[in-house]
Design a protein around this ligand. Sequence first.
Ligand SMILES: Cc1cc2nc3c(=O)[nH]c(=O)nc-3n(C[C@H](O)[C@H](O)[C@H](O)COP(=O)(O)O)c2cc1C
Length: 161
Amino acid sequence: MYEKQQITEEQLQKILEAAQNAPLAVGNRPKARLTVVQEPELLDEIRKCCQTESRKNPGVIRDSLYCAPTLILVSETSLSEDRIELCDAACIIENMMLEATSLGLGCCYIWGCLSKLRANHVLLKKLDLEEGQVILSGFICGMPVKPLYAKKREAISVVRL
Ligand SMILES: Cc1cc2nc3c(=O)[nH]c(=O)nc-3n(C[C@H](O)[C@H](O)[C@H](O)COP(=O)(O)O)c2cc1C
């Protein structure tokens, strides 16, 4: 969860600069688009649209954006047959996450709840997406309510041949 307090303009600019430096597939750079949503009313509408039922506590509706004050959507004008634009979006978001973390901000990749946003034509209009533009992934960031810590996690298996 995040504090209500917005990230600073300087922090946002550094995160956006990191996004611009992400490695992308050849030719995809002009198709990619970042939409920064910080306007509280619009963010609340997106939050309501994207809320989901908690897996841990069935019946409990949770904020899929964790009260974050900044949402950045990555979209593309079209998807190639091999859907390489999804890889580009992941690279952009990873770069933004590394920068946000280095700035002491909390952040998270947002994917699952975006299908609801893609289906909400009223909100899509408010996001001013160009015709045919599709939202691929999202990124949220803000000041974390609790200090960041390194989680224990299952290892990815490694095969050496
Ligand atoms: C491709 C991708 C999609 C993700 N989608 C979501 C999401 O929709 N909602 C969410 O809360 N976290 C999402 N995450 C974040 C992960 O659940 C997880 O928190 C993150 O990878 C950090 O791992 P850790 O919590 O083990 O440190 C996503 C991560 C990745 C890489």
